[in-house]
Ligand binder design. Structure first.
Ligand code: PLP
Length: 393
């Protein structure tokens, strides 16, 4: 126990990213381990959102659209681009992840006439599977659920597109993007990566791996705030053939010409649909400033160290009382999932003690570690509180 205390204190004292915690408005009594569901607010966000409401909206009124707002989806996309290994002009922020998955899947099927199957990770986050099923029905294709380790069994000349998650939201397992992308490409199909649980906390190389399409969430580790819009990646080489199934005026070549027929914008803007959500985009825009000058390799290293330390604490304080589901090798994201038959009740008891994780049915306790603001002390307190709650029955 003292050994764990010492380890936590030493690791926090030596943490090169420790200074970033002060950027966040966190309640000091709370151990917040749910940044993979809703990131914590950077302090700088509230004032800037208020300024947009008071000045840009309140004073400039509709003049702010052409002056400041209309291009925000591309401008904020350019801030996300370096976090996912994308050169400029390939990322736009628009709509929700669910809506964007719909857009990119339909677009991918349209790019592959004659190929009639959509492969989807069978363990995916529900919305991805629901949307893929609807896309299959609407496009007359077939949905093929797959175990990601056995992709070779399902990929073939019928495959139009495979929708994969870089990090499994339930187990925290990290998949090998390079290997899976190569497999999908070897079958002549396109790959869509869902980056909801990886964007912002580990180095991602979309361009270098020749990924075809990607989507990701901004209110998790990117701290954009509740419901902040998602991002879409369409590389230059596919933009001309990207046909958006939601061809709203926002993606039009000349939105303000009010033309009777749709003509897509030449670049990434064609992935937009309607009017952007400026207040949420503002919060995200400001939240992304925290990444300025940050080295994602250092963020990744801290995420691995924090989750590794938490697993050590769980081993020592809980032993066989709980099962660690998340891989112990480096093929894990920035969460640790534990399995217990009373998971729901345990999460309730932890929350009552100001340790916030979350429950994923049927029996998983999930703890997300945000390298920008979580500490080794947080990890120890969470494990210690969990041990108390478990031993109290
Ligand atoms: C969080 C998450 C989503 C969220 O989709 P919304 O449209 O924002 O509700 C989708 N897919 C995955 C894998 C997620 O983790």
């Amino acid at each position: 126990m003292t050994d764990l205390n010492e380890r936590a204190a030493k690791a926090d004292a030596e943490d090169p990213l420790a200074y970033l915690r002060a950027e966040f408005d966190l309640d000091p009594r709370v151990v917040y381990l749910d940044g993979n569901s809703l990131g914590a607010p950077p302090r700088r966000v509230a004032g800037r959102v208020e300024e947009v409401v008071r000045e840009q909206w309140g004073r400039r009124l509709i003049r702010s659209w052409p002056e400041l707002w209309w291009d925000a989806p591309e401008r904020v996309g350019e801030k996300i681009a370096p976090l996912v290994g994308a050169a400029p002009g390939q990322v736009v922020v628009a709509d929700s992840t669910s809506v964007d998955i719909f857009k990119v899947l339909v677009a991918a099927v349209r790019m592959a006439p004659g190929r009639r199957e959509i492969v989807v990770d069978a363990a995916t986050f529900p919305t991805d599977g629901y949307i893929a099923e609807s896309v299959a029905e609407l496009t007359g294709t077939e949905l093929v659920p797959a175990v990601v380790d056995d992709l070779d069994d399902v990929l073939g000349e019928r495959t139009a597109v495979a929708l994969l998650n870089q990090v499994d939201y339930r187990t925290g397992r990290l998949y090998d993007m390079a290997a899976a992308t190569a497999k999908v490409h070897a079958a002549g199909a396109r790959v869509v990566w869902d980056l909801c649980h990886s964007a912002g906390v580990l180095p991602i190389e979309l361009d270098a791996l020749e990924v075809d399409l990607a989507v990701g969430c901004t209110y998790k580790f990117l701290n954009g705030g509740p419901g902040s819009p998602a991002f879409v990646y369409v590389p230059h080489r596919l933009q001309a053939s990207f046909r958006n199934p939601l061809p709203g005026w926002g993606g039009h070549r000349e939105p303000f010409a009010m033309a009777p027929s749709y003509e897509p914008a030449p670049g990434i803007a064609r992935a937009r649909a309607g009017t952007p959500d400026i207040l949420s985009l503002t919060a995200l825009d400001v939240a992304l400033e925290v990444w300025d000058g940050l080295d994602l390799a250092a963020v990744r290293a801290k995420g691995l160290a924090l989750t590794g330390f938490f697993m050590d604490c769980v081993d020592e304080l809980l032993g066989k009382a709980i099962e660690v589901v998340t891989p112990r090798d480096e093929w894990r994201g920035h969460q640790v999932s534990l399995r217990h038959h009373q998971a729901r009740e345990l999460i309730g008891e932890l929350t009552a003690r100001e340790v916030i994780g979350d429950f994923r049915p049927p029996d998983v306790l999930r703890f997300g570690f945000a390298p920008l603001y979580n500490t080794y002390g947080d990890a120890l307190r969470a494990a210690r509180t969990l041990a108390e709650v478990v031993s109290a029955g």
